[in-house]
Write a protein that binds this ligand. Structure first.
Ligand code: BES
Ligand code: ZN
Ligand code: ZN
Length: 529
């Protein structure tokens, strides 16, 4: 058995990278900047919201640039009587010989911070949104080198720009792709350039992690199969992490009957990814688990066809795990992380699981599969069991698990189910920094009863009625976890952005990657991990 596992693993390794992947590689690098290009330099400056019609409340950096331009920027801004409101911009030309455009963007009222009811840092969110709008407008104008004001929070400013400039147009003709833009932080007037550059880099890396998640989620399911997902993850992480690509035989040998019952409907072979990042020595890693259904048709309990294309994003949990690991490893955080990603398609076919079938998970529990569309919990059940073998200090899973969490919270926040108040507090704290919110949901026995009332097996994979659908799904997962620090994030509601988050374009959101990175960052400051 062991020999056949090794053989299969190496076959996956040797697979040729197709032209799509080659193009993908190119674009994840520094989006082919040609040296013969004409650089059009632009500058983004921040101002605070201010009622006065005869003075401008510039940021520190913006004030210096105004002085450099002999006060021309403030003069031009004051020629119109209407002061800039938060989120509004004004573009000036020919004010500074160095820049073809100077875009002034309003970052809201001075001193704005944590808003308790909104559970968000309003100051940081306004900066992200304001610089995002600015760089997009400048890209429209044909500017391709942009220097950006740190706006008093360098990290948030870097996040806003790098998230806004993301676009998934790899599959379009060259002429309709968004042009490449080089962005940098305006550090020239800073007292401490080094620490500013460092913060800028951190923000850029946080955004880069989320952008990897977005790209993976957006990729069509015919290109992003379980095998291809594994290849891309290897390409992106192999120099910093150990990446093990397990095949179907391995999953069989591990008795992952629940995971395999989902995979069996498809001709695409399933893959189980195991990734390790060892930023410090420890024997109790932090475990991440992500749902990796590369396409969810619903299986025999097939979904309606309208909007089904969105189910290419049903590997959002897996994508966020990969994106988080990219950032954690690039930031070289002193932490030990192990990630577990079950990948497969959920398809209807002659070999697919049928409603009423009974399958056995890795921990020996039997499951009656009454609805094959509730497949996420089936693949996670085995992944959670497997993760427990590594003595993790905590387990955090992410999954686009239920339509019900979208009904409950919409795109406002990811739903969090956890058995630990301490973990909840830390995750919430991380989300305040990232601006990508979370909201706590219950793990009552009330919901457990709904899935343990089962005719043929120990558990049923659905709760019997539609009520509390996200909670019964979480209760199901709870049956496969013993760890005292478990967090389950249902991210179906935040899977895509339709304009709610100003600094993310429309499409797959990659949420809540940055919250998870910040959470891991917080955990890395605790000695025991
Ligand atoms: N992948 C879906 C959940 C989903 C819905 C993700 C919308 C993203 C956007 C999941 O596998 C699913 O189909 N869940 C069912 C569960 C039900 C059958 C108990 C659902 O939510 O309807
Ligand atoms: Zn489903
Ligand atoms: Zn699904």
């Amino acid at each position: 058995m062991a020999a056949s596992i090794v053989k299969r693993v190496s076959r996956v390794k040797k697979l040729n990278v197709s032209h799509i992947s080659a193009r993908y590689k190119l674009l994840t690098g520094s989006r082919h900047f040609s040296t013969s290009k004409q650089w059009n330099k632009a500058l983004v400056l921040g101002v605070y919201e201010n009622e006065s019609t005869d003075s401008i409340d510039f940021t520190g950096t913006a004030r210096k640039f105004d002085e450099k331009a002999d006060g021309k920027i403030s003069q031009l801004l004051l020629t119109v009587k209407k002061p800039l409101k938060c989120g509004k911009t004004r573009t000036l030309h020919a004010v500074d010989p160095e820049f073809s455009s100077v875009l002034v963007t309003c970052i809201g009222k001075r001193g704005e911070g944590y808003d308790e009811l909104e559970t968000v840092d309003k100051g940081r969110e306004s900066i992200r949104a304001a610089v995002a709008k600015a760089v997009l407008q400048l890209r429209e104008l044909g500017e391709n080198e942009i220097e950006v004001d740190s706006c008093g929070d360098t990290e948030a400013s870097a996040e806003g720009c790098h998230l806004a400039l993301f676009s998934y147009d790899d599959l379009k003709a060259e002429k309709s792709r968004k042009p490449a833009v080089r962005i940098s932080c305006a550090t020239r007037y800073s007292q401490d350039k080094n620490s500013m550059e460092k913060e800028w880099r951190k923000g850029a890396i946080l955004a880069e992690g989320q952008n990897l998640s977005r790209r993976l989620m957006e990729m069509p399911a015919n290109l992003l199969t379980p095998t291809k997902f594994a290849e891309i993850v290897k390409e992106q992480l192999a120099d910093k992490c150990e990446v093990l690509v397990r095949d179907k035989d391995w999953a069989e040998s591990m008795k992952m009957g629940s995971f395999l019952s989902v995979a069996r409907g498809s001709v695409e072979p399933p893959v189980f990814l195991e990734i390790e990042y060892k930023g410090r020595q420890s024997d109790s890693p932090l475990a991440l688990v992500g749902k990796g259904v590369t396409f969810d048709t619903g299986g025999i309990s097939i979904k309606p066809s309208q909007g089904m294309d969105a189910m290419r994003g049903d590997m959002g949990g897996a994508a966020c795990v990969a994106g988080s690991l990219l950032s954690v490893s690039k930031l070289q955080l002193p932490v030990h992380v192990k990630a577990f990603i079950p990948l497969c398609e959920n398809m209807p076919s002659g070999s697919a699981t049928k409603p009423g079938d009974v399958v056995t998970a890795m921990n020996g529990k039997t499951i009656q599969v009454d609805n094959t569309d509730a497949e996420g919990r089936l693949i996670l059940a085995d992944a959670l069991c497997y993760s427990e073998q590594f003595n993790p200090s905590l387990i955090l899973d992410m999954a686009t698990l239920t339509g019900a969490i979208d009904v409950a919270l919409g795109a406002g926040a990811a739903g969090v189910f956890t058995n630990s108040d301490d973990m909840w507090n830390k995750l919430q704290k991380a989300s305040v920094r990232s601006g990508d919110r979370v909201w706590r949901m219950p793990l009552f026995n009330h919901y457990t009863k709904k899935i343990t009332e089962c005719q043929l097996a120990d558990l049923n994979n659905i709760g019997g009625s539609r009520s509390g659908g996200a909670c019964t799904a979480a209760a199901f997962l709870k049956e496969f976890v013993n760890n005292k620090n478990w967090l389950h994030l249902d991210i179906a509601g935040v899977m895509s952005n339709s304009g709610d988050v100003a600094y993310l374009g429309k499409g797959m959101s990659g949420r809540p990657t940055r919250t998870v990175i910040e959470f891991i960052n917080l955990m890395s400051k605790e000695t025991k991990n």
